[in-house]
Design a protein around this ligand. Structure first.
Ligand SMILES: [Zn+2]
Ligand SMILES: [Zn+2]
Length: 267
């Protein structure tokens, strides 16, 4: 299936705002819209009593003070770090061949780019995140992201500016290897931001369609990392932690809970 039918609309959008503006400021505004757009539904969940049974850490509530403090710091990092970086690196990004007015990919190629970008980002994130937990520098950089032991959606980008820069590299490798067009970059940005907000949302919904994706970690997997500060280092999938034994404690807990559940049922 071709996405060529979208090209006239996309091209007139690019002509209206200009390629340079869209690659720098446009990417920033798209990022903000995707990030806060992904967070709003999870924020609403906090006010719906019938969904509270799906909360992962039942004994913890996130007060307004910590939510506002987190939102303020996230906005500060996004405006003072991410936006300037997008502007400073604009000539370099242009030099890599990224273009806004480029032929749109076919749907299968777009899906291939998204899948490979997830695998590449997850691999990069696993090793860098694991390294950030090393005792030598943990307290200087990554400790900030662990201020919230019971995360909520907006905590996804609550991190030290250095961490934002280092981990951001893994996010852009995939689209730059597979497709240097702004449309693909924005689609990838949208799905990746939804994924990271979702895995920090604090809820484990049984009807979540991502449960059908093989090796998908989701909120329950990353929430355990925030609760215990160790293991479950990957951003998206579970296989790397399983392969390198860094999710053993998490798997043990799942087994214990399953055994407890079946014991209660048989009583
Ligand atoms: Zn961590
Ligand atoms: Zn996190």
């Amino acid at each position: 299936m071709s996405l060529a039918f979208l090209e006239p609309y996309w091209y007139s959008f690019v002509d209206k705002f200009g390629e340079d503006f869209l690659i720098s400021y446009g990417t920033f505004f798209a990022h903000q819209a995707f990030y806060f757009g992904a967070f709003i539904p999870f924020f609403i969940c906090d006010f719906l009593p019938f969904l509270q049974k799906y909360k992962i850490q039942q004994n913890k509530t996130n007060d307004w003070k910590s939510q506002l403090n987190c939102t303020f710091k996230v906005l500060l990092t996004q405006t003072l770090v991410q936006l300037p970086m997008m502007i400073i690196f604009h000539p370099a990004i242009h030099a890599t061949g990224l273009r806004a007015k480029a032929p749109l990919p076919s749907l299968p190629y777009l899906l291939l780019t998204l899948t490979c970008s997830f695998i590449i980002e997850d691999f990069y994130f696993y090793w860098v995140h694991r390294a950030l937990h090393h005792g030598i520098w943990y307290k200087y950089i990554h400790k900030m992201h662990h201020d919230h032991s019971a995360p909520f959606g907006i905590t996804a980008e609550y991190a030290h500016p250095i961490e934002t820069l280092i981990l951001g590299v893994g996010t852009v490798i995939g689209p730059f290897l597979f497709s240097r067009d702004l449309f693909t970059l924005w689609v990838w940005l949208g799905v990746r931001l939804y994924q990271t907000v979702e895995c920090h949302c604090g809820y484990d919904f049984p009807f979540n369609p991502t449960r059908l994706i093989p090796f998908w970690g989701g909120a329950k997997f990353h929430d355990f990392h925030h609760e215990t500060f160790v293991g479950n280092y990957a951003s998206t999938f579970t296989y790397l932690d399983a392969m390198f034994g860094t999710s053993d404690k998490y798997l043990k807990r799942l087994d214990e809970r399953a055994a407890k559940k079946s014991q209660t049922k048989s009583e």
